[in-house]
Design a protein around this ligand. Structure first.
Ligand SMILES: Nc1ncnc2c1ncn2[C@@H]1O[C@H](COP(=O)(O)OP(=O)(O)O)[C@@H](O)[C@H]1O
Ligand SMILES: [Mg+2]
Length: 449
């Protein structure tokens, strides 16, 4: 079978382009291209693939094949990268500004626990992840990341968090003690003996976080929360604010940089202002402009400032953000809009393409395409192993858009979502108990692993 690397080189040669020429035409750096052609980067992001396909003037099947090979590569990358347990996510490539805040993160080593607080969409997770990568050399026994889902309907219990972290530390995976107090004491003794950094994202309460903190030793905790968690004492604190206007402009310009329309400065400044210094809004607005260069920054700015006057129905979250999401949502094809808003009703932390296909009533292939598109727009985030999740605020927005569904449709969605686990179980059950009545042992072993 052809690999992504081979296919890319083939198309480039067919188009009679050098690496540098393709780089210039696609906006993807020559270095990255060369890594791809040598198979060192096997699963590039969808947006990169689109840029390459455009530059190579691929259409129809050729474009589709390249996209599929890239997706397979991404899945394989996820599968082979370490254990995947409590793995620190990648840092964003275009991290912008935040000099004072980064200086604050240098002192994470000095306090047992550090806490970044602030409203959703400001960049708490992004900053914590960035800092944790930079701090790796200080923590030779590892850097771990766990989302506590503290603001969701089902926050992770401290006991479950302990179990997950113990499993990630390795060694203890066979016996995370049943008793939560015993787990906590094992956790503490491991942290005492080692030098690890644990990033705990989205802490919901003092009670949730407290059992996960260290008391002495060389390990450290860096947590984020939308709440102040004022009850925690002796914690090194940072209250994150909006991105200052100049930095907001730099971020937006950077996002538009590669393939964006050549835009006038004032329009970009205006657009950045309309995003209220919220990186999440800047990201989504920027991606919107890049992915379909039909609109200029000035058009989009005019549109957003108009919207500001119209009170939006979004009940929670920030109005500016709602508008930023809105312009991306509206540019989706109907099937994309349907999948997007319906995914907000899927219970659980994340989902994969098969669930997207079920709720959106599409083929699996169509679901893959829509998910790629949503990731490109920044409306969804791609996690490990082909799973996707919403930023909390985006999920709220998507849920709000469910009002675009015909009334009868809503029940149908709820039904298809709630019967989905049952259908999955039935399918799995058939594999376990085949017609001859003998369970398939290998599948059982696999499931137990
Ligand atoms: N300093 C930054 N530079 C570049 N992008 C950022 C920065 N901070 C945040 N972002 C972008 O904004 C989005 C929202 O940030 P996130 O860290 O998820 O916010 P929070 O955790 O506070 O809700 C992220 O997807 C990220 O791409
Ligand atoms: Mg976050």
């Amino acid at each position: 079978m052809t690999s992504f690397a081979e296919l890319l080189r083939l198309h480039r040669h067919a188009a009679r382009l050098t690496l540098e020429q393709l780089a210039a035409a696609s906006g993807v750096s020559a270095r990255t291209l060369s890594d791809m052609e040598r198979g060192r980067s096997t699963g590039p992001q969808h947006r990169t693939v689109t840029a390459l396909a455009d530059a190579l003037a691929l259409d129809g099947n050729a474009r589709k094949q390249l996209g599929e090979l890239a997706r397979e590569g991404r899945l394989r990358d996820h599968g082979t990268r370490s254990s995947g347990l409590c793995e620190l996510p990648r840092s964003v490539d275009d991290f912008t500004g935040r000099a004072a805040e980064l200086a604050w993160t240098n002192r994470v080593v000095q306090a047992n626990a550090s806490l970044i607080t602030g409203p959703a969409g400001l960049g708490k997770t992004t900053l914590a992840v960035r800092a944790a990568h930079a701090l790796r050399p200080d923590f030779p026994d590892g850097v771990f990341f766990l989302d506590l889902y503290g603001m969701s309907a089902q926050p992770i219990s401290a006991g479950d968090a302990l179990a997950q972290l113990l499993r990630a530390f390795g060694g203890a995976d066979r016996f995370a003690p049943q008793d939560v107090a015993a787990r906590a004491s094992l956790y503490r003794s491991l942290l005492q003996d080692r030098r690890v950094l644990i990033v705990l994202d989205n802490a919901g309460s003092e009670e949730q976080l407290r059992p996960l903190l260290t008391d002495g030793g060389n390990s450290r905790v860096l947590a984020t929360s939308r709440r102040l968690l004022a009850g925690l004492e002796g914690v090194h604190r940072l209250s994150l604010g909006p991105l200052p206007p100049a930095e907001a402009v730099v971020l937006l310009t950077g996002i538009l940089g590669e393939r964006g329309p050549s835009e006038s400065g004032p329009a970009i400044v205006e657009l950045a202002k309309l995003c209220g210094g919220l990186p999440l809004a800047l990201r989504i607005v920027g991606n919107r402009l890049v992915s379909r260069p039909g609109w200029t920054a000035a058009d989009l700015a005019a549109r957003l400032s108009n919207e500001e006057r119209r009170l939006d129905q979004l009940r929670a979250g920030d109005l500016k953000i709602a508008n930023a999401f809105g312009v991306s949502y509206e540019q989706l094809r109907e099937v994309g809009r349907r999948v997007f808003r319906r995914l907000s009703s899927v219970p659980g932390k994340d989902f994969d393409a098969s669930i997207a296909a079920v709720v959106g009533d599409t083929s699996l292939e169509e679901a893959w395409e829509v998910l790629d598109e949503l990731v490109d727009l920044g409306l969804l985030q791609e996690g490990p192993s082909g799973r996707y999740h919403f930023h909390d605020l985006v999920r709220l927005f998507a849920r709000d858009r469910l009002q675009d569904e015909p009334a009868a449709g809503l029940d149908e969605i709820t039904d298809s979502v709630s019967s989905w686990p049952l259908r999955m179980a039935t399918t799995a059950g058939r594999r376990l108990v085949p017609a001859d009545g003998l369970p398939d042992r290998s599948f059982l072993d696999e499931a137990a692993r």
